[in-house]
Ligand binder design. Structure first.
Ligand code: ADP
Ligand code: MG
Length: 455
């Protein structure tokens, strides 16, 4: 394996792929301009046990970033990877400044609607978990403002298709009903618009836009308004005005109205005027149907065995299921290989590493790593450096211990011949770089970790 030291620290491929999924989620929730300005310049630096460290180039306002987008980034990271981490923004001065960078664009005109064209009713796989929500959404899309379902509130856990259904309504209306004006916005973005329009004295403009220039208001993740009293008040008035003029309102949230904490009672009671429906986690058959559909969309030929294996192994959320298909496609094309069960297992191990699984002991780890390098396990634990292979095996064992156990860096160092914390840090960095550079090494490490956690 190549252990070349490189000056520029790069994040391991698995972190980069987690971050890419997270950005995918942010893309659904933010306008293209905001995404370009605030999110795309960021780099993933570290995915720790409890923090998500993000490198911020010098031209971005760190406070603003953390205040306005921090929560949303954490939310999306959770949605994309299943991990609940706290975002930590770290200033990094040697990152490139985009050449077209202009200073923060204040709230000017409201950005145009921003719907993902792929989020349609046709692409939505209906299962018993989502049947009711799907019919209600379709009814609203066919007759916005005219059905009894006003407002319609769709609630449920992350990655279960709320945003998809919400945007499907928007896409349907835009396609079928000429002249209807659709406004899709997350409540986080609504909050931001509100704050910025106050700062720039444009509150009347904003309020008049929502009252008079929107026929269908789609507000995503309304729970984010929690505790933001003034934004809630503004929304309350907009809600009333729209409702009175029989304009359609559709909301999503992570909990039923009665359990939305931090929202004013009068707002919550409005949410209960129409219909609220939930989306549940999909059952096994629905997961299989979704996998088939996603594979088909990517022109990917996956055998029924593998579909069935994936549907069994990944039962958390649909975004993660979708991520598995994307990774299969990617890996198969990188390796110029067919999609085999082995590849599917490798991917499940990788995405599933955060799911509760067996925690290997330090003994398991050293034995397994020693086997890989063909060295004696005892030598890895000794104080002296030993041969090159022993030193490398030790570094890998330290890395795996950090990844798979809850041991602190200090105690990891102690178990390997009383080495100090900085030696462990160095070992971890070295392995990360090697994994980043050397694909076959990365695969071996993934396989070792997979074996260690799967027994
Ligand atoms: P939520 O808003 O509930 O967190 P999303 O709507 O963002 O979840 O869904 C996550 C991903 O899973 C999206 O890419 C979406 O297209 C896909 N997805 C969710 N439910 C379905 C479904 N029933 N059929 C097809 N794709 C789905
Ligand atoms: Mg969503």
């Amino acid at each position: 394996m190549s252990f070349e030291d490189r000056k520029t620290g790069t994040a391991p491929a698995s972190w980069v792929s987690m971050w890419t999924s997270c950005v995918g989620c942010l893309r659904d929730k933010l306008s293209e301009d905001i995404l370009k300005q605030w999110i795309l310049p960021l780099k993933i630096q570290e995915v720790g046990e409890s923090i998500l460290a993000i490198a911020v180039p010098a031209h971005l306002d760190l406070d603003h970033l953390s205040r306005v987008y921090g929560g949303l980034i954490e939310h999306c990271f959770h949605e994309a990877t299943g991990r609940h981490l706290r975002a930590q923004f770290r200033r990094q001065f040697d990152m490139p400044v985009p050449s077209n960078h202009s200073p923060a664009v204040p709230f000017s005109s409201l950005p145009s609607i921003d719907l993902n064209p792929g989020y349609t009713f046709e692409e939505f796989v209906v299962g018993s978990n989502s049947q009711f929500a799907h019919s209600a959404a379709l009814a609203v899309a066919k007759e916005p403002g005219g059905s009894r379902f006003n407002p319609l509130l769709i609630y449920g856990g992350v990655g279960l298709g709320k945003t998809h259904l919400l945007q499907a309504i928007g896409n349907h209306v835009l396609r079928e009903m000429e002249g209807k004006r659709v406004r899709y916005i997350t409540s986080e973005a609504f909050y931001r618009e509100f704050v910025e329009s106050i700062q720039h004295n444009r509150i009347n403009e904003m309020s008049s836009f929502y009252r008079h220039e929107v026929d269908v208001l789609l507000m995503d993740d309304v729970q984010f308004l929690s505790g933001k009293d003034r934004t809630q008040e503004e929304f309350f008035h907009i809600f009333n005005a729209l409702h009175q003029s029989r304009k359609q309102i559709v909301l999503t949230s992570d909990a039923p109205p009665g359990e939305l904490k931090g929202l004013e009672d009068r707002l919550v009671s409005r949410f209960q005027w129409g219909l609220f429906v939930d989306i549940q986690a999909p059952d096994r058959e629905t997961r299989e149907a979704i996998l088939r559909r996603k594979a088909q969309a990517q022109n990917l030929n996956i055998s029924e065995d593998i579909i069935s294996y994936l549907a069994e192994a990944i039962d958390s959320n649909i975004r993660i299921l979708e991520g598995a298909v994307r990774q299969l496609l990617l890996q198969a094309s990188i390796q110029h290989a067919d999609i085999t069960m082995e590849l599917a297992e490798e991917i499940v191990n990788r995405i599933g590493s955060h799911q509760p699984s067996r925690r290997p002991t330090s003994g398991d780890i050293t034995t397994m790593v020693a086997g890989y390098f063909e060295v004696e396990a005892d030598k890895i634990l000794e104080q002296g450096r030993g041969t090159k292979e022993v030193a490398q095996a030790r570094q890998l064992a330290m890395f795996i211990m950090k990844e798979l156990t809850s041991s602190s860096l200090k105690s990891i160092g102690q178990s390997f011949g009383g080495r100090d914390h900085s030696t462990v840090v160095h070992a971890i960095k070295t392995i990360e770089k090697a994994m980043e550079k050397d694909d076959s090494f990365r695969k071996s490490v993934d396989a070792i970790m997979g074996k260690l956690t799967s027994k």
